[in-house]
Design a protein around this ligand. Structure first.
Ligand SMILES: [Zn+2]
Ligand SMILES: [Zn+2]
Length: 262
């Protein structure tokens, strides 16, 4: 390495070290706001209260939270009965709301990569059964252009943390966007499905690792489920034995008017 580059690298390292030392001196702050907390990486009581953990009863297939026991048909919501999604089961740690948005959006758009680990811990709790049966973890892919702009794929970060927590292999590049899709935020369920048609495929190099495996797809937020469905279909087309889905949060009911989608 040329001397100048080595010196610049050294300076960067020293600066990084100094920042870490400074971090250690500052009182720890809540992950979602600036309230003081007891330890680094924790949430304050107010922010934690704002999170809605998904607990039973919920749809056994897609994980949609139920208002009461006995809702749906034989444990499944009406949408899953009418048109079963291609994945076997989907689970999420939280119902999507403003409090979850304060954790997920900075991870997605704000370089707050340190949020991946605490979020993955909540996913590991909500998806313990799915993780126990998974052979392989695969994140929802970003298109290369978006990956270039954001520099990292938040779902891949979550998958890598989850893989370490659960002791499961992770294949970050198993899926890829074969064409760019418009931002799905403003589209309804049908529009999302149409926009994603044929947009996601297994990468040829990953096929031998996917074939015959039980794959757990890792996503940040399940909204209409259209992205998870497109990824599941691509994994099944590549020979996956079964696909399940684990997300940080899901929109309780994407048909509700006024739900602000991520
Ligand atoms: Zn807080
Ligand atoms: Zn369902």
């Amino acid at each position: 390495m040329p001397l100048a580059a080595a010196m610049a690298g050294g300076a960067r390292l020293a600066r990084h070290g100094a920042l870490r030392a400074l971090d250690a001196l500052l009182p720890p702050q809540c992950l979602a706001c600036d309230a003081p907390v007891l330890e680094q990486g924790a949430l304050c009581a107010a922010c934690f209260r704002g999170l809605h953990l998904i607990v039973p009863p919920f749809c056994l297939h897609c994980g949609l939270p139920f208002e009461h026991e006995g809702q749906g048909e034989q444990g499944r919501c009406l949408a899953c009965v009418a048109e079963p999604p291609p994945f076997a089961r989907a689970r999420a740690a939280f119902s999507y709301n403003e409090s979850v948005a304060r954790l997920v959006l900075p991870l997605k758009h704000g370089d707050r990569t340190e949020l991946a680990l605490p979020l993955a811990r909540h996913m590991a709790r909500a998806g313990a059964e799915l993780l126990a049966e998974a052979d392989l973890l695969v994140p929802v892919p970003l298109h290369r252009r978006r990956l270039f702009l954001r520099r990292y794929n938040q779902s891949a970060l979550l998958a890598l943390r989850l893989g370490r927590i659960a002791g499961r292999p992770v294949l970050p590049d198993a899926l890829r966007r074969v064409r760019a899709t418009p931002s799905l935020g403003s589209l309804g369920a049908e529009g999302r499905r149409a926009a994603l048609h044929g947009a996601i495929a297994a990468s040829p190099r990953a096929v031998s690792r996917i074939q015959g495996r039980r794959v757990l797809l890792v996503d940040d937020v399940l909204t209409s489920g259209a992205t998870a469905e497109a990824c599941s279909a691509a994994l099944l087309a590549a020979g996956a034995l079964r696909v399940e889905v684990l997300a940080v949060a899901r929109v309780p009911d994407p048909r509700l008017p006024g739900t602000r989608l991520p």
